[in-house]
Design a protein around this ligand. Structure first.
Ligand SMILES: [Zn+2]
Length: 143
């Protein structure tokens, strides 16, 4: 199957990968270089929110996914059933929002997504702050 390409950026000094692309490395005042990564990642954690913020359909399925190279980001999905930590998932980026789907079943989670006219980056920012809260403890335990 053909994987989507995910836009990311790499720090020339420390090789850190960031997605979505960032102008500067989070660790250095260094300009990052744009790269594209295959849209296949590994599930680090996932959760379902039954009382998501306004503008999100309930239940809201989120997965924290790590790409080859270490870039991690929050993806939305149609369902987390059958998902497990370490599973490979396909990732699609649509309007700066990431969606995961089980490999081989690239149905777009977008169909289940209720857009409310917000800019994609704003929605993604909310998802990120949510994920920070949800995964705060778990990430610490894992590292
Ligand atoms: Zn760096």
């Amino acid at each position: 199957m053909i994987a989507e390409q995910i836009a990311a950026s790499r720090c020339p000094r420390c090789d850190m990968l960031v997605a979505p692309p960032s102008t500067y490395c989070p660790h250095h005042p260094v300009l990052m270089q744009p790269v594209t990564l295959p849209g296949v990642g590994e599930v680090v954690s996932f959760t379902t929110l039954h009382t998501p913020p306004q503008g999100f359909r309930s239940p809201l399925h989120l997965a924290l996914v790590e790409l080859d190279g270490g870039a991690r980001f929050v993806c939305h999905g149609a369902d987390v059933r059958g998902l497990r930590i370490g599973a490979a998932v396909a990732i699609e980026a649509i309007d700066d929002i990431y969606y995961f789907s089980h490999l081989g079943a690239m149905e777009r989670a977008r169909l289940f997504w209720r857009r409310t006219g917000r800019a994609g980056d704003r929605v993604n920012a909310i998802a990120r702050s949510l994920a920070k809260r949800v995964w705060k403890g778990r990430d610490r335990a894992a590292s």
